[in-house]
Structure formats: structure tokens, C-alpha cells
Design a protein around this ligand. Structure first.
Ligand code: PLP
Length: 408
């Protein structure tokens, strides 16, 4: 499997929508064929429309708050020794996480499509919170599907959704987490697609949803590319871009602009959720090996039983607690452009403690997984290596879990 240098990765799928010939596609019911086709035609037109790009950039700058900061974590670097640790504080974006980019673009598309209603899924609650914010901003009525387990563990984001006027639909099926929320949301869209636009909260789902999300979150690496050049004068010789991976939207957005660099110069490291240390369950399909299966309209690596049943996952982080992963990441893994590893719940909590001890940063449990890998790597690497962690979410949403597990 090879990545082409001159074509955006989101466009490197075949005519049937598969990346690398096997990941992605459109495994959808007959009734969705037309709405998905219409959305594809509309998006492909809009992304080439200068007026639409101008509108997107206007809202990214004046409403989302782009660019977010790029800073060196000097105290953490000094305490660990070895490589420099930097971070892009994407949690500075309006609402506290990267999910705002995808939500904003989806609402702009929904407006162009003449839709008055928008629905979305959420795990950690950020995709839901951001969609409720954008829906309010752009005058759309919003419904969010969320697993009942996640509603309990991410209360601050649920409060925000309600405050923004969104209806939260609790999902009681299956593991009552993100995987079930996405399924229910898609089911709802099947019967309401005439009036309603659907926003899939990550780079997952049928081909076009992967593309829209990846196109939107790529704002992160567009900013980072400029910031690195400004800070270092040129692109340094040894960079490692560390990002947590759930569905894969923040990591894809963090890496996209650097795709054509040699991996020896710019390595991509995706950190999945290893789950509790003592448990066999995890949410790391790319790290611990999994088979290719169909989930949420696309083929991808999925954690499943030998008979093909989707297995329950477990992670302290609701945002990473997902059995599948974006077809874009499956492609990046098989093309050997990105390396994937996992951090356990305990490692993420320790990383959170260490980062907050040394720095004025409050990374949520999802990016704390990436910080755990940075903490492992840095002491083994030379001072001229630049580790950059995407701090893609704020821990305000995790305050109940942090109190329970760490007493803080
Ligand atoms: C803060 C944060 N980071 C990461 C993730 C994982 O999703 P993705 O891999 O799509 O970025 C989530 C998902 O909810 C999240 O809220």
C-alpha cells in the first residue's frame, strides 16, 4: 500500500470509496444512497468554492479562535531530559476541543443544503457540545445521540449541550457508549434524511463523512506547519507528532499537512486506549491486532470476536472508547506511514498528573494518552528531537472521573 505525494489523502480512495482498495466504502441501506450521493456532490462542489472556503476560514478565525497556540513545555522537558516536548493547545478552540472544526463545517454544509435540522453522535460529549454550539450559531435544530454510560461520565458536556438548546437522546443499547450512539444516530438519519443533515463526529462512517471530517480537522496541521516554520526557521530534522486515536479525527487533522514528509523526518505516532491495566478489554484495534470488519458503513480494523461480533471495549476515556477506527488510519498503518501504540488508563492518569504538575495545561483524558507516550519516549531521545503532542481536549469534562480516581 503506497501513499501518493501529490494528492490529499482524503482523495486517495478508489471509485468505490475504498482507501488502499479495502478500507472505507459505503455499506449503507438503499434509502441512504441518494442522500449520501447528494451530500457527496454538494461537498465536492463546496470544497472547491472560494466563497465557501472564505466563509469557513472566517468562522475558524473569528468564532473557533484559530490559530490555537503552539508552545514548548519547558518544565516537563527539563524534568524528563532528552527530547524537547512541545504541544499544540487545540483545546483553546471554542468549546474546548478539536470537534468544533467538523461541527462548524457540517453546519455550514447543512445550511447550503437547506436543512433545518442536524443530528450527531458523541462519546466524550465534545462532538455533541460542539455540534450544539454550531447549530445554535447557525440557527439549526439539534439532536445528539449519546450512550447512557457516557452521559453519566461526561456530565459537564451534557450540561453544555442542553444549555445550547440541543436534545440529548440517551442510547441504552449495547455497551451504551459511542459505538451505540453512532449506530442509533445513523438509524435516525435513515428515516429523517429529507429534512435532516447528519454530522458524524469523527473520521468514520461512509466515505463522504470521513472526507468531510478529515478536511475540517486538517486546519490543525495547516496552522502547525506555519507555527513550526516560524519557531524553528525551517522544519526540524527529527519531529514526532503524537496524538491519541479514537475514531481518528484529531490525529488525522494533526498530521495531514505533513503527509508528504519522510517518516524518518516526521514520524506520526497514534496512541490508542489500552484500557485498564488489569483488564483484557481495550479500545486499541490498530495496536493489539484486529480483523477487517464493517462498522458504521465502512470497512476498517474492528475489535471483534472470532464469529465477527463487535466486542465491547473499555477505556477510562469516553472519547477513545470505540471498537473501530477511521479507514484513513487503517490505510496509514498498512502503508507504514504511521505507528500505533496504546497507553493504559493508569498510564494516562499518571501522565495527566505529571503534565499538570509541571505545566499550566489541563489535557483531557484522551490527549493524556498521547502525553503518556511522550513521557515514555522523551528520555530515550536526543535534545534535537522535537516531540509535539496534540492537546486536543480540556479536562474540565473529566472532573468527576479525576476526582474519583485521583482525588483531585
Ligand atoms: C478531546 C478528545 N480527544 C480525542 C477524541 C477521540 O476522537 P478522535 O480520534 O476522532 O479525535 C475525542 C472524542 O470524543 C475527544 O473528545
Amino acid at each position: 500500500m503506497k501513499i501518493k505525494k501529490d494528492i490529499p489523502l482524503i482523495d486517495q480512495h478508489d471509485k468505490n470509496g475504498f482507501w488502499g482498495g479495502k478500507f472505507g466504502g459505503n455499506f449503507i441501506p438503499e434509502t441512504l444512497k441518494k442522500p449520501v450521493e447528494d451530500l457527496t456532490v454538494l461537498f465536492e462542489k463546496l470544497r472547491r468554492d472560494k466563497k465557501f472556503i472564505k466563509e469557513r476560514d472566517y468562522y475558524f478565525k473569528n468564532w473557533v479562535g484559530s490559530p490555537t497556540s503552539f508552545v514548548k513545555l519547558e518544565n516537563l522537558t527539563k524534568s524528563l531530559g532528552g527530547a524537547q516536548i512541545w504541544t499544540k493547545i487545540v483545546s483553546e478552540a471554542n468549546g474546548g476541543a478539536h470537534k468544533i472544526y467538523n461541527a462548524t463545517v457540517h453546519c455550514l454544509i447543512a445550511k447550503r443544503a437547506g436543512k433545518k435540522y442536524i443530528v450527531g453522535d458523541t462519546g466524550a460529549g465534545y462532538a455533541g457540545k460542539m455540534l450544539s454550539m454550531a447549530a445554535k450559531k447557525f440557527g439549526l435544530k439539534c439532536k445528539i445521540f449519546m450512550g447512557a454510560k457516557d452521559i453519566k461520565r461526561q456530565k459537564p458536556n451534557c450540561d453544555a449541550m442542553k444549555k445550547n438548546g440541543a436534545e440529548i437522546v440517551p442510547v441504552y443499547t449495547g455497551s451504551q457508549t459511542l459505538v451505540d450512539a453512532v449506530s442509533e444516530c445513523m438509524r435516525y438519519w435513515v428515516s429523517n434524511c429529507d429534512t435532516t443533515h447528519m454530522c458524524v463526529g469523527s473520521t468514520v462512517g461512509p466515505n463522504i463523512f470521513v472526507k468531510i471530517c478529515g478536511w475540517s480537522t486538517s486546519q490543525i496541521s495547516r496552522e502547525l506547519f506555519i507555527q513550526i516554520k516560524k519557531e524553528f526557521g525551517s522544519i526540524p530534522k527529527k519531529i514526532k507528532l503524537l496524538n491519541c486515536v479514537g475514531g481518528g479525527s484529531s490525529s488525522f487533522g494533526f498530521w495531514n499537512e505533513f503527509m508528504h514528509y519522510n517518516k524518518k523526518q516526521i514520524e506520526f505516532v497514534g496512541v490508542e486506549a489500552g484500557g485498564p491495566k488489569q483488564s483484557k478489554k481495550h479500545a486499541a484495534p490498530l495496536t493489539y491486532g484486529s480483523k477487517i470488519g464493517i462498522l458504521h458503513g465502512a470497512s476498517q480494523y474492528v475489535i471483534m470476536s472470532p464469529e465477527g461480533q463487535i466486542e465491547e471495549t473499555e477505556s477510562i476515556s469516553a472519547g477513545l472508547d470505540y471498537p473501530g477506527v477511521s479507514p484513513l488510519h487503517c490505510f496509514l498503518k498498512d502503508a507504514k506511514r504511521a505507528r500505533y501504540t496504546a497507553a493504559t488508563d493508569e498510564e494516562a492518569l499518571s501522565a495527566y498528573m505529571l503534565v499538570t504538575k509541571f505545566e499550566n495545561l489541563n489535557p483531557s483524558l484522551e490527549p493524556s494518552h498521547a502525553f503518556a507516550e511522550a513521557i515514555k519516549l522523551a528520555p530515550k531521545l536526543s535534545k534535537d528531537t522535537v516531540i509535539i503532542v496534540n492537546s486536543c481536549g480540556d479536562a474540565h469534562k473529566d472532573k468527576d472521573i479525576l476526582k474519583q480516581r485521583l482525588g483531585i
